[in-house]
Design a protein around this ligand. Structure first.
Ligand SMILES: C[S@@+](CC[C@H](N)C(=O)[O-])C[C@H]1O[C@@H](n2cnc3c(N)ncnc32)[C@H](O)[C@@H]1O
Length: 219
């Protein structure tokens, strides 16, 4: 059976089209100046991009999936994040969807180098991640509802700093599985190695934070 288009990292385009925004754009908007220009890394089909446009931001959306980008109503760049160099900087770089928790250290280094390269002198990097405590509490059977999509975590396995699991999405009588492995991170170390410094939590559950360029660290 045709299960629709799937991105290189295993996201089902069909599912992302059904998933509504979940307040992500409002978190970003509250953390940055009005009208700030935003480079969104891993934008997908524009689930967060479109509300950001509605909040008055200019957004450049980057993704390596043409199938996702076909739905984005903003300037798009179809490219890997890792070696992206647009030759310009932004007020804000957004790295959402826990991409920073990739199990591959070299991919994380490359993504953060891209983020750093595109941050203006006073720019702010805004990140959504799995905080360390999530690795202790994530469990099979947890889940929720987003719009018409039911989500459930299954097959959770821990091995050292790594957590592997499957997210089960169901809607309209269909089910889609996405397997993933993510890594628990020591944040200060990760940021320092990319010449970035922590610049505050954006949500009480610590699943969003901001960072600045290391050369602009505020005392
Ligand atoms: C989990 S989806 C989230 C999409 C969007 N941020 C959202 O919240 O709806 C992750 C997206 O990042 C893209 N992606 C993941 N790794 C990437 C990479 N290294 N370079 C470019 N795109 C990447 C995938 O193609 C996918 O569209």
């Amino acid at each position: 059976m045709d299960r629709g288009q799937v991105t290189a990292d295993g996201c089902h385009v069909e599912v992302y089209l059904l998933l509504p925004p979940n307040g992500e754009a409002e978190i970003v908007h509250a953390a940055v100046p009005p009208g700030a220009s935003i480079l969104e890394l891993g934008s997908g089909r524009g689930r967060v991009t479109h509300p950001l446009l509605g909040l008055g931001h200019e957004v450049v959306a980057v993704d390596d999936s043409p199938a996702m980008l076909a739905h984005v109503r903003a300037e798009t760049v179809c490219a890997r994040i890792d070696d992206l160099d647009l030759g310009r900087t932004f007020d804000v770089v957004l790295l959402g969807s826990h991409l920073i928790n990739t199990e591959r250290d070299e991919d994380r280094r490359a993504m953060l180098a891209t983020a750093r390269r595109h941050l203006g002198p006073d720019g702010r990097l805004v990140v959504e991640w799995h905080p360390p405590e999530w690795f202790d509490t994530a469990a099979s059977g947890q889940g929720g509802q987003l719009g018409e999509v039911t989500l459930e975590l299954a097959d959770v396995v821990r091995e050292g700093d790594l957590l592997s699991a499957t997210v089960r999405y169901s809607a309209r009588g269909q089910r889609w599985d996405q397997e993933f492995t993510c890594r628990r991170l020591a944040l200060d170390e990760v940021l320092a190695s990319a010449d970035l410094v922590f610049d505050g939590w954006l949500t009480a559950d610590r699943s969003w934070f901001a960072a600045r360029r290391g050369d602009k660290a505020k005392s």
